[in-house]
Write a new protein. Structure first.
Length: 109
């Protein structure tokens, strides 16, 4: 497995415990794209975050799925310090993104 993980802390980008600003999501997406090369596990840390909304999460999920292989994301992408409300929102965003943007017959993604 990989020698190190790439972990990004949501709290480093938001001013409070509510991750609702899509511009903050965009900043996180840009940070991931700049620093993550698909060469290690990617962990999104939600420590000290109570909720996220779909506008915020869409920015991050869209960047991940448009720039990294879907199979790699399924294998190497994880989240930690995530409560049930955040988990439900993220899962909904991922499912919606896949439904709209990914052809299920395309195994190359």
């Amino acid at each position: 497995m990989f020698k190190s993980d790439y972990e990004i802390k949501i709290k480093d980008f938001v001013k409070n415990e509510y991750a609702h600003n899509p511009e903050d999501g965009e900043k996180i997406a840009n940070e991931i794209l700049k620093n993550y090369k698909g060469d290690r596990n990617i962990i999104i840390n939600f420590e000290k975050i109570k909720t996220v909304n779909t506008a915020f999460a869409n920015k991050i999920i869209e960047a991940l799925y448009e720039n990294y292989d879907r199979k790699d994301l399924n294998k190497y992408f994880s989240m930690k310090n995530i409560n049930e409300l955040i988990k439900i929102t993220i899962i909904k965003v991922i499912e919606n993104y896949k439904e709209v943007n990914i052809d299920d017959n395309d195994d190359s993604k």
